[in-house]
Each structure stands twice: as structure tokens, then as C-alpha cells.
Design a protein around this ligand. Structure first.
Ligand code: IVH
Length: 672
């Protein structure tokens, strides 16, 4: 194949650059380039590899975007069982542990390495010849699941090692996969917007994510990795502390909070210190791990039952307390999600007085059978929001009744509902005061109606004054010009700018408006599908549930959400007012009516085009009503053939599909 040597070279260069940037960003936390530049490199790599699938390597950074879903994870048997640690919660037991270690080691001097006990999921990674071979869960300690494809998506897990270490041709690294609290919160907020089930805490979301069958979804979740154990053939390694340094040199993320402790006093001090500082970390820890440093000492100590005698988990007292549940109330979130809240007899917990705790959702209450009047256990994780974690059933008094979800929104009195298959209950009224602020912010947001100057603070102010109760009110704000000018922090100029920005937003295309309305499950791409199929709000309102569902990409969940939204009388009124104000409620340029050679056709691009980048070519085809697919099948109408086209061209020939050289492609583009 002509030019293939230079392509291999380019591929290698791109991979080396991306590897370096992943390391800088995810391991060292010192990014060297802007995100856009990184994305550009990655896109180039993905494009080149998709044109040359035979040149893809298992350690290519492209593998981090996630491959094909698996039906079931293969089982792997661990070479050496993954032990768990024995736990202790108090100083006395740690001193006992130290005495046992001391007496087993006789006259030898020993020392400890203390580490944070990160609250995540333990995994095992096997490397051979500097490449990640396999990644697995702990499972029952003896055998776990092969989740290599999922672990490859975690950017801080090296796919290829940076350095080489003598005698380490094959080795195993163990560590913890975890999610930072901030990432967890952000992800849950997005899930709430999309109407998806919320995760309970960062640990559960890391565990749940690793179990997903689709690595592409795993790739979209913010997982991290930290290595805390290295195992290699006998004789090459000498101490745990050295092992951590080797791991760091090989490019693994290793905690910076690890300390050498020369006696048990120092261990206790380390534990006390982190007990008070744990909330200052970006992730949850539930204690510290104490390990005897020298590997020959570890060997001498050996293991009993399922835990090593050379290590112990020194956990923090759980931040739990029992108290009485006075009542269960409902809280309405910014997108209408209703969360049941426990109203508690105030109790002191982890440094603060707690009088309210989350109960997550209706099912959570049912599963634990939580009833008003019960004595309950309240828990505070690293996250600030405390939760009710169980009921002390022995203390239940007579006369308590199981909880039933009310049928009306506590804020606005509208009917509330729980869509089939979802855990959350929602208030459907978009004018509900509890949702108002969040909805208007979403509406005005850059990706939606893009109303400059209508940020959080302004929305708050306008809502508090009662000037804006729904989106339609925004377009009547000009009637309040005089009153606005007199407001605090406002003046003629800023009011004029805001009104102008509002006016300008009327021109946003119908698809943007549909997205801006904040219909659950209707993101930008679903909004576009709707526009393509129905073209106007009128047609959409008249569409039946079946018609909606027949659109490719719209399932029953989305169809139901749309129908429900459009049936709501508040929403109907708002849409009418938006129409009166002159917003765009139909697709103006009906793309589909203009016939081009690409209209309705499925096109595959292969090889490198001289005139256009792949994304560019794709956009040009799509503008002309065509659809670009990544693989050749009997449904393909043409294959556009660039330089160094590979297997896709072969497949097209085999299936007898029409191929176009770049020149012909350009001609057709111009004609349409
Ligand atoms: S060492 C024999 N070190 O705690 C070595 N474990 O039951 C066993 N963990 O399953 C693990 N941070 O998930 C070790 N720095 C750390 C750890 C750690 C968290 C977890 C790990 C393990 C459990 C111990």
C-alpha cells in the first residue's frame, strides 16, 4: 500500500503525543496543551485509524473511547488471590496488630508504609512487555470479571508503560478505581436533567460504571485510578515503598499522601491527621491502610484466612447516628425531580447538627420500609448531604404506616407522576416556582436560546420580583423597561442590552427552541430528530405517541416525555404565547425539500481525502441531506474513496456498492 510507511509513522507520532498528554493531565495533573488541541490530535488519530483499521494497536489511545459492547464479562482466575484486609476502628487494636508483627519478626527492625484507604473498587491490571494485557475486578478474591475494555477507558490507567524496569516483563498492579466527589455531583446533576436514575454516592457510581457492558458509556464517566500494589516474579522486588516508586516511574498514578512510619505512634498520628482532614480531599476515603514495608517481612508474616498478617485497614469511625424520623416531606428540584426528605429529630453527626437527610426516591423508602415515627440510622459520607441508611426495626412503635408518595407537588399543587421504568417522580408543571429558576437558566443558556446577560444572578433577581414566571414572560420584559432601569445594579444601558439579547433570541431555529423548552430526555440531538421529522410545533402537537415512537432514535421513554409535556395545559399556554411573541416554531429552510444527489442516501467515507478533513466532509454530506455511516453494509449507497483506502473499499467492492473517487465526490457536492 503506497504511503503506508508514512502513515504508520504519523500514527506512532500521534499516539506518543496523546499518551504524553494523558499522563500529564490525568496522572501529574499538569496539562501542557489546551483541550481543543488535544481533541484535534485525538480526532486525527481516530480518523486515520478508521481509514486503516489494520493498523490499530491495542495500546493506542484511541482504545480509550470504548469499543464494542460485551454481552457478558469473561471470568478470570487471579494468579494470586486478591485478599481483603482485616479492619480495625481503634488505636488499641492497631497497637495489638503492631505487637503481633513485632513478635513474629523477632529482632528485626521493621517499618510501615501508611496509605489512604480510597473508597472505590479494587481492580487488578496485568502488564506484559510494557502493555496492558488484562484488567479484572476482584470478584470473590479468587476469580473476577475481565473488564479490560472498561478499564482501558480510564485515562490514568496506562495502556503502555513509560519506562522499562529490568526483570519486569510481566507483572500485576492492583489499585482502586474511584470517582471524585465533584465529578460525581456533576454527573448526577446531568443525569437528573436527562431524567436518569441518580447514583447514591461516588463509590456506587464507580462500581456501577465498571459493570456496564458498553465501554463507550464507561468512557464518558469520570473515573480515576490509583495504584497501591505491585506484584512480580520472585526476587525482583524488595520493599513496598520502592514498589510505589517503581509504579510512579512506569507512569502509574500513585498517591502523594503515602508516608513511611517507623513505629505505631507515627501510624496512629497519620490516622488521626487524616480523620480530621478527610473532607479536604477531592475523593472519599474511609480510613488508612497500614502495610509492613519490607517484602521479606511480609513473606514471613504470611496470611491467615483471607487477609495478610502484614497489613491492616485502620478505618475511621463511621459518621452515623440514630435519631427519630419525624416526617417525610418532598423537595422539588430545579428540573422538577421530587426528592423525599427525612425531617429528623436534630442529631449531632460528624461535626454538625443534622435535622434533614435525603431519602433518594420512592423505591428507596419502600425497600428499607422507612416510616414516619421510626428510629433511623443517619449517615454522612464525604458528601455533605446526609442520608438515612437503615431503620432500627426493633424500636418501631405500633401505629406506624408505610409511606405512600403524595399525588400533588408540594410547591404548586399540580399532579406529580413517575414515568414507567424510572425511579424518580416529577412535577410536570414547568411554571412550578421551585423549577422556575433552573428552567429559565437552561432556556437562556448558550447551547439553547443563547440570551446573553441572562445568567444565574439576573434570573434570580427577575424571578424574585415576579417579573419572570415562565419563558414566555421573558419576551414581555420590555413592558417593564422603566421598572428595570430603576433596579439595583441596573441602568439604561444594561437593560437595553438585555432586552436586545432577548429580542435577538427570537431568531433561534426551531430545534434550539425545542431543546430550550427543557422537555425531559430531549437533548440537542433528539430535538433535531424531531425537527427533521415534524418540522413545526403544530405538527408535533398533533403527532400521536405512535408517530413519535416511529422516528428512529426516539423510543417510548422519550415519546412519553414529549407527549406528557405537550399535553400539559400550562405548557400549551406558554407555547402559544411564545408563538405570539414571534419565536420560530417551525423549521424555516426545509432541508429535505431541496433535492441533492445525497438526499436520503447513506454514505461511507474511507481513506484520506485531499480537499477535506473527515469531519468537514461529513458535515458537507449532512448539509445536503445525506447520512454518513462508519461502516459499509448493504444499506450503504456510496463509498467515497480517499487515499490509502483499506478494508472498507474491499467490502464495498464485495457488496457491489457504488464507489466515488474524490474528484467525483467534489463534483456532486458542487452540483447539490
Ligand atoms: S491493599 C493485600 N491499599 O481496601 C493488599 N487496599 O479490604 C490488599 N483499598 O479491597 C489491598 N485503598 O479495595 C490496599 N491503599 C490501599 C487501599 C486499599 C483502598 C481497598 C481495596 C481492598 C480493600 C481492603
Amino acid at each position: 500500500m503506497a504511503g503506508s510507511a508514512s502513515i504508520v509513522k504519523r500514527l506512532e507520532g500521534l499516539r506518543a503525543q496523546l499518551r504524553e498528554h494523558d499522563y500529564r493531565y490525568y496522572v501529574l495533573a499538569q496539562p501542557a496543551i489546551a483541550d481543543e488541541e488535544y481533541d484535534r490530535l485525538l480526532r486525527e488519530l481516530l480518523d486515520l485509524e478508521s481509514a486503516h483499521p489494520d493498523l490499530v494497536t491495542p495500546d493506542s489511545p484511541s482504545q480509550r473511547v470504548g469499543g464494542q459492547p460485551t454481552k457478558e464479562f469473561p471470568t478470570v482466575v487471579h494468579d494470586v488471590p486478591m485478599l481483603s484486609l482485616s479492619n480495625t476502628y481503634n488505636e488499641e487494636e492497631v497497637r495489638d496488630f503492631d505487637r503481633r508483627v513485632g513478635s513474629a519478626l523477632g529482632d528485626e527492625t521493621y517499618r510501615y508504609v501508611c496509605e489512604l484507604k480510597v473508597d472505590g473498587v479494587a481492580v487488578s491490571l496485568v502488564y506484559r512487555d510494557a502493555m496492558l494485557l488484562r484488567g479484572a475486578t476482584r470478584g470473590d478474591g479468587t476469580q473476577g470479571d475481565d473488564i479490560t475494555q472498561n478499564l482501558k477507558t480510564i485515562r490514568s490507567v496506562p495502556l503502555r508503560l513509560m519506562g522499562k524496569k529490568k526483570g519486569l516483563a510481566e507483572f500485576e498492579v492492583r489499585g482502586e478505581v474511584f470517582m471524585k466527589r465533584d465529578d460525581f455531583r456533576r454527573m448526577n446533576a446531568e443525569r437528573e436533567l436527562a431524567g436518569e436514575k441518580l447514583f447514591i454516592n461516588p463509590r456506587n457510581s464507580a462500581a456501577g460504571t465498571l459493570k456496564l457492558q458498553d465501554p463507550k458509556v464507561v468512557a464518558s464517566r469520570p473515573l480515576n485510578f490509583v495504584a497501591y500494589y505491585l506484584r512480580a516474579g520472585s526476587g525482583t522486588l524488595t520493599s513496598h515503598h520502592d514498589n510505589l516508586a517503581i509504579l510512579r516511574d512506569l507512569g502509574f498514578p500513585v498517591s502523594r499522601e503515602t508516608r513511611i512510619c517507623r513505629n505505631v505512634e507515627a501510624v496512629v498520628e497519620y490516622w488521626r491527621d487524616w480523620e480530621t482532614r478527610r473532607d479536604s480531599l477531592p475523593y472519599d476515603i474511609d480510613g488508612v491502610v497500614v502495610k509492613v514495608d519490607a517484602l521479606r517481612h511480609q513473606e514471613r508474616l504470611g496470611t491467615i484466612a483471607k487477609s495478610p498478617r502484614w497489613a491492616i485497614a485502620f478505618k475511621f469511625a463511621s459518621r452515623q447516628a440514630t435519631t427519630t424520623l419525624k416526617a417525610i416531606t418532598l423537595q422539588v428540584g430545579r428540573v422538577g425531580t421530587i426528592t423525599p426528605v427525612a425531617e429528623l429529630e436534630p442529631v449531632f453527626l460528624g461535626g454538625t447538627t443534622v435535622s434533614r437527610a435525603t431519602l433518594h426516591n420512592e423505591d428507596y423508602i419502600k425497600e428499607l420500609d422507612i416510616r414516619p415515627g421510626d428510629t433511623v440510622v443517619v449517615e454522612k459520607g464525604g458528601d455533605v448531604i446526609p442520608k438515612v441508611s437503615s431503620v432500627v426495626k426493633e424500636k418501631r412503635k405500633g401505629g406506624t404506616k408505610p409511606f405512600t408518595m403524595p399525588s400533588e407537588c408540594p410547591e404548586c399543587g399540580s399532579k406529580i407522576s413517575r414515568p414507567e421504568g424510572e425511579a424518580s417522580t416529577y412535577c410536570e408543571n414547568s411554571e412550578c416556582s421551585a423549577q422556575l429558576r433552573g428552567r429559565i437558566e437552561h432556556f437562556a443558556h448558550r447551547g439553547a436560546m443563547d440570551i446573553e446577560g441572562l445568567g444565574e444572578a439576573v434570573v434570580d433577581q427577575l424571578a424574585a420580583l415576579g417579573y419572570v414566571n415562565n419563558y414566555a414572560d421573558l419576551y414581555e420584559l420590555h413592558r417593564k423597561r422603566g421598572a428595570l432601569i430603576k433596579l439595583d445594579r441596573w441602568g439604561e444601558k444594561s437593560v437595553e442590552n438585555l432586552l436586545l439579547a432577548v429580542e435577538k433570541s427570537k431568531e433561534r431555529p426551531f430545534g434550539r427552541l425545542l431543546f430550550a423548552l427543557g422537555i425531559r430526555h430531549v437533548g440537542t440531538s433528539v430535538a433535531q430528530l424531531i425537527v427533521d421529522r415534524f418540522q413545526s410545533m403544530e405538527a408535533l402537537k398533533n403527532a400521536t405517541f405512535e408517530e413519535l415512537q416511529s422516528v428512529q432514535g426516539i423510543g417510548p421513554r422519550i415519546a412519553e416525555s414529549i407527549t406528557r409535556f405537550l399535553e400539559d395545559k400550562h405548557n400549551r399556554k406558554i407555547i402559544e404565547r411564545l408563538a405570539k411573541s414571534g419565536l420560530t416554531l417551525e423549521e424555516k429552510k426545509k432541508r429535505s425539500t431541496r433535492q441533492t444527489p445525497f438526499t436520503g442516501k447513506t454514505i461511507v467515507l474511507t481513506g484520506t481525502l485531499a480537499a477535506y478533513g473527515r469531519e468537514e466532509a461529513k458535515a458537507l454530506v449532512e448539509e445536503r441531506g445525506g447520512h454518513v455511516s462508519s461502516s459499509v453494509s448493504t444499506k450503504t449507497d456510496f463509498v467515497i474513496v480517499g487515499l490509502d483506502a483499506g478494508s472498507k473499499l474491499d467490502k464495498a467492492k464485495k457488496l457491489g456498492i457504488r464507489t466515488l473517487e474524490e474528484e467525483e465526490f467534489i463534483k456532486l457536492l458542487k452540483s447539490g
